[in-house]
Ligand binder design. Structure first.
Ligand code: ADP
Ligand code: MG
Length: 692
């Protein structure tokens, strides 16, 4: 239940003065539905309203002047504005007023009156002017003009100054709240109390106060991170409390491994050992395996599934697309069925009698492993005894989808897999409620993909080399970027490229893109996998896990537009077989120094973790890694890719300590922390919290 002390902040925005039926939807779009959201708006700049001389007026600047009104020039028609000439000893300008209040304005500001005006100076063909000054007051009322004014984000119909008024009023509604931070930490960081920090945010005294590195800003960011980390730590602790089936390492898994034509890497051994420790503990597992495409995640998961099957129970492996599900099935079904573990593949394509038979096998327990897509958690799918859910590319599923799969059994263990390498520093923000195993070692015998960058001007050379390679039996991906706002324009570009390559290379050039229906995509992909197509032109739909071992060439156009992680994953499509592979990064010159460095990293290494880490360093902010699509949390204050990165680990440790000592948040600080959690709403917020 929400503590009463927060009621004013959780009141609807319509309760703010001046927020009526017209303004409310605008403000809601900008901030959110409740007063708290308005109090959490962040000013981005500062205007100084210190009077200057008209001779120093500059086009485009917000400036303040002390002037005398020289003359009025009333509007000649309704469409015309009222103009007013004003001057000081150094110059003059025109004030412009649109609307029907001309008479009142003339009366309020008669000729000869002294006024302080403040607003944006504009030079246009009529000369120097100011349209609707932000302020226009008599000299003795100069106090009404704030010397310093924070500028807020605005939206059509809601100018920054109105937003500021609402933000300040929302701040007024914010009560003093009990301190939830550790006193020693506050002193050490010289953080102000929460209310004071918020007040400072809305009443900056200098540009420095607007900086995310200022004390009060960091305090607010830390509050937010702690709220989130605490929610994750609690979630994890709760899951641990749930008793779940104990699963022991099996003979079946050992036999399967013995039959594999390779030995596990050290990293795979570690990951499997960690999973087995979880499964043997009698608590629900929630573990994520992070590792590059091809690092061997799936075979590790297969061993865990074999263990489950040996105990007479079932596993489900869910993939985001039909193609991926099919490939997983092809990898797993051989080794598993060879050792008596029944496997079925269930996707949206299964219909009628065939589907019914598969469902029977799951319900009876004849099938011990189900591989599939969303089809796995449909209402009529029932398992005999589901104990382990393996979710591939887990961020591509919604919370409820993962949950629906897990509700097909009792206290189902969760094993998630992700091929998006997350820098260590950011791991907690995304996976704070999961235990993470990293497979940071590639199976031996893989030749690194020879990577080079070339300007677009050399595209004909690249094309003719490609033609030779294809003549020799090679297969290639050619990636066209999504660059414009419009998918249609991007599609056009990809179509043009495909047509051009058909001219130079021949008819075996195919095209795949996001607008194709799923079945058509699968069909094109299948043709490429079967070698019927030699070149596959694609917008970025080339699915992360898709395996075409014979493909050895990857060409990426406008590589500078992609996130490094994405480039790395695309490159991971090749170099999967024994042959030498190559990757050409085509760019539009000139490259900025940073862009140059970014492409260089790819030439130097194929370690996804290192690449992600370096990219984070190089960009130092913004959505450097394309993380937003990977389910990265949307913070209000915390900029964890930038200046607040150092706070993540501290918040994580703090949260674990709190949950360890006071799991039900009953202590004095615990009660205050509950207020913090409510304030930030992390209970409803982060999807990953609900990973299982
Ligand atoms: P991921 O799921 O991480 O993309 P997979 O488990 O699908 O990786 O493995 C990719 C390919 O590498 C598969 O063909 C698999 O059989 C093979 N493989 C996995 N582990 C090893 C290893 N230790 N040594 C050699 N090949 C391996
Ligand atoms: Mg995979």
């Amino acid at each position: 239940m929400r503590p009463e002390i927060l009621f004013p902040l959780f009141a609807p925005i319509a309760s703010l003065k001046g927020v009526g039926p017209r303004v409310a939807p605008l403000l809601e779009r900008l901030a959110g539905p409740i007063v708290r959201d308005v109090a959490f708006l962040i000013p981005h700049s500062l205007v100084r309203r210190t009077p200057a001389l008209l001779s120093s007026a500059m086009d485009g600047q917000v400036m303040t002047f002390e002037v005398v009104i020289d003359s009025h020039q009333p509007a000649r028609s309704k469409a015309q504005p009222l103009r007013m000439r004003v001057s000081d000893p150094t110059g003059f300008m025109t004030l412009v007023f649109f609307g029907r209040f001309g008479d009142q304005i003339e009366q309020r500001h008669p000729v000869g009156a002294k006024r302080i005006i403040s607003g944006k100076v504009e030079d246009d063909k009529y000369g120097r002017q100011m349209v609707h000054p932000d302020y226009m007051v008599a000299a003795e009322k100069r106090d009404e003009i704030p010397e310093l004014e924070a500028i807020y984000p605005a939206t059509e119909g809601l100018p920054p100054r109105r937003v500021r008024t609402f933000a300040l009023e929302a701040l007024e509604r914010a009560p003093e709240l009990p301190e939830w931070q550790d006193a020693a930490w506050l002193r050490q960081e010289r953080f102000p109390g929460w209310r004071e920090a918020l007040a400072r945010l809305h009443n900056p005294e200098s540009e420095a106060d607007l900086s995310p590195t200022s004390g009060h800003y960091r305090r607010l960011a830390y509050d937010e991170l702690l709220a989130q980390q605490l929610a994750m730590a609690q979630r994890k602790a709760e899951r641990r409390k749930e008793p779940a089936a104990k699963i022991a390492p099996s003979e079946t898994a050992a036999k399967i491994r013995a039959d594999l034509p390779f030995a596990f890497t050290g990293a795979q051994e570690r990951a499997l050992a960690e999973i087995r420790a979880d499964l043997a503990a009698g608590e629900r597992m929630s573990r994520l395996i992070q590792g590059d495409v091809g690092s061997g995640k799936t075979v590790v998961a297969m061993c865990a599934m074999a263990d489950v099957a040996a105990g007479g129970a079932q596993s489900a492996l869910m993939a985001p697309t039909e193609i991926l599900a099919r490939q997983h099935y092809e990898t797993l079904s051989g080794p598993l069925t060879d050792h008596g573990v029944g496997v079925i593949l269930l996707t949206g394509r299964d219909k009628g009698a065939g589907r019914a038979e598969k469902l029977r096998a799951l319900a009876s327990g004849a099938a011990k492993v189900a591989v599939g897509t969303h089809a796995l958690f449909q209402a009529d799918v029932a398992f005999d005894r589901l104990q382990l859910a393996v979710v591939d590319e887990q961020h591509r599923f919604g919370v409820s989808e993962r949950q629906r799969l897990q509700t097909k059994g009792q206290a189902v263990h969760l094993l998630a897999m992700s091929a998006t390498p997350i820098p260590r520093t950011l791991e907690l923000t995304m996976y704070g409620d999961l235990d993470v195993s990293r497979i940071d070692e590639k199976p031996p015998g893989r030749t690194p993909v020879a990577t080079r960058a070339a300007p677009m001007t050399r595209i004909t050379e690249v094309e003719s080399r490609l033609r030779e390679a294809v003549a020799g039996g090679a297969q290639a991906f050619w990636i066209c970027p999504l660059v414009s706002e419009s998918e249609l324009i991007d599609l056009k570009a990809a179509e043009t490229r495909a047509a051009e390559l058909k001219q130079t290379i021949g008819p075996s050039v195919g095209l795949i893109h996001g607008k194709l229906p799923a079945a058509a995509k699968d069909a094109v992909m299948a043709e490429f996998a079967d070698g019927k197509l030699s070149v596959l032109v694609a917008t970025t739909v080339v699915e992360v896990g898709v395996n075409v071992p014979n493909a050895t060439i990857m060409v990426i156009e406008q590589a500078e537009r992609f996130g490094l992680a994405q480039l790395h994953q695309l490159r991971g499509r090749v170099g999967r077989g024994r042959q030498e592979s190559s990757c050409v990064l085509l760019y539009d010159p000139p490259l900025s120094e940073t862009a140059q460095k970014r492409l260089d990293i790819l030439r130097r290494t194929d370690d996804g973790f290192l690449i992600a880490e370096t990219d984070l360093e190089l960009r130092g902010g913004g959505d450097a890694l394309g993380l937003k699509q990977s389910g990265f949390p949307d913070y209000v204050f915390a900029d964890v890719l930038g200046p607040h990165r150092d706070l993540i680990a501290v918040a994580g440790d703090d949260a674990r300590l709190i949950v360890g000592r006071d799991p039900d948040l009953k202590s004095e600080r615990g009660k205050a922390l509950r207020v913090l959690q409510e304030l930030f709403d992390w209970k409803a917020g982060l999807g990953l919290r609900d990973a299982g």
